[in-house]
Design a protein around this ligand. Sequence first.
Ligand code: NAD
Length: 597
Amino acid sequence: MDTVYSSNSSTTPSSLLFLPLPLIANLKVVIIGAGYVGAPSAAIIAIKCPSVSVTVFDIDRSRIDAWNSDSLPIYEPGLDDLIRQCKKQGNLRFSNNESVVALADLIIVCVQTPTKRFGVGAGHASDLKNIELAARMISRVCASTGGRPRHRIVVEKSTVPVKTAQTLKIVLNPSTAPGNRRPSLSGLSTSSSPSSSSSTSITAVNTFSVISSPEFLAEGTAVADLEKPSRVLIGGDDTIAGRESVRTLAALYAEWVPLEKIITTNLWSSELSKLVANAFLAQRISSINSVSALCEASGADVNEVARAVGTDIRVGPHFLKSSVGFGGSCFKKDILNLVYLFRSYNLHEPALYWESVVKINEWQETRFSHSIVSRLFNTITGKKLAMLGFAFKADTGDCRESAAAAVANSLLQERARLHVFDPKADAAHMFEELETSHQISQSTTPGLNDLFVVETDVYACCLNAHAVIVTTEWPMFKKLDWARIYAGCIKPAFVFDGRNILDHSNLSQIGFSVHAIGKNLAVEAAMHAHAAAVSAVAERASPQGSPLKKGSVGVGGGGGGGGGKDSDDADFKSLNEAVARVLDTTTVELPLPPPSI
Ligand SMILES: NC(=O)c1ccc[n+]([C@@H]2O[C@H](COP(=O)([O-])OP(=O)(O)OC[C@H]3O[C@@H](n4cnc5c(N)ncnc54)[C@H](O)[C@@H]3O)[C@@H](O)[C@H]2O)c1
């Protein structure tokens, strides 16, 4: 590897990268956990570092078999190709045999860390069972392989509460735990190759450095995010072993990531940064979603508000898209974990603040499903509703914590018949999510198979539906033949756009009653009609295009266009009446006057 120098020569922790980084040729990397993070991360490391061998280990045999087959267990754009290339290159493999772990110089832990469902902290704290089991397995397997004990680096890539690394260190290095004897010699080799052992690195027992490098990839763009990460964060102890471990992982990333994007810091800051990063992202969504309700009530358009707000460079345009709510396996659990941490440190006010981000999200999901029920004449029992999208976002088949599942839950409580289409999420994962997050299963909901039907054809899904509900922003939904869908729907036919992706005026023209998040489309339509009326009268009054003459035009105002002909007056009157009719049929509620101070 070429010698690389950091552009950052300050005394910040990133100055760790200023010295030539260790060589990583022939490094053996083992990734534990073949999921959404582990497998794509392994593939990127393998393809970018041909001299490094990468093995992914998972306790789930079927998952490993799927990774070894042509039908991968998860969908991510570009991942099929990438895995195929890696297999061809020959330095990536997937294994269910834990003995592979002992061969590693660098072990990256990518197991799931869901929210605890029972016991202390249930509903908020992270369940660290998988993390601890992985650490115990590493320790056991490395100890049982014979050979000379040596030093290994364990990277905490799973999202964990701050100070989890402390637990890992104790589990991995029990002899260094308080009260236990320390090993006679420990620490990393001073050699530039982490895999080579030298006389200075001989240890009486296996030793492990624990560093943190949380993952910031987003599902749906995982391959692109891994290839060009916004940053790579690495946290370690300020010890010789800690610093060298950080530098070894940095050297691996430096094979394809510019050094200025590799941030080094201490362990606790690294662990906490991941939780805070996700909390900030989710908070933006809840912020704009809270505003969406005000837009619907007042007639403002949430997209316009987001555009105006996001143009300020201090705010920025990203993550300001209003929707039915955020989902996914991370946001909710990471915020709740953060809330739990605040409470553990007796910081109750900030805990409430962050908890409200999750509450607003749940409120938005409920608000959306309630609006469906109320618009469908307050009863959806027995009605067929077509739900387009079940994955928590586009470009993934992952349904974990999806907003669609939350909406489905509400609609199923009302005994609607849901027909669901998603281009990538499969039925098994949909039912799994309904059961895991909403306790809906065959046993809790008799007849579930008739109430929740997964369709493979989007038009069949919508046929004879009272309403079409868009819950995932799949681009294909924009390109559907909506006139065909309308023709097959029960009338009046409704569209509820929970992602604000459709062409609402086109849908209205086709004949749908359209409802979108953060917009009052009835008001919008009335305003368009009003503007059209004004401009039609203006044109009649002045064919040359001069401005409308004196005499204002107002709905119900009854004023004539001053100077217009009799026929203009008649046209104007009928247009005005038409606009008034549109406005009369809307359910616009005027905003309350500001409270008196
Ligand atoms: N999914 C994301 O978008 C994302 C993004 C950033 C960070 N993260 C974090 O990364 C971690 C992993 O998330 P994921 O979505 O990849 O999870 P996942 O559920 O898709 O995969 C985890 C895998 O770990 C395996 N596993 C569990 N315990 C094991 C053990 N002891 N030994 C070997 N294998 C074991 C499971 O069988 C599973 O295949 C979580 O902490 C998550 O919060 C996820």
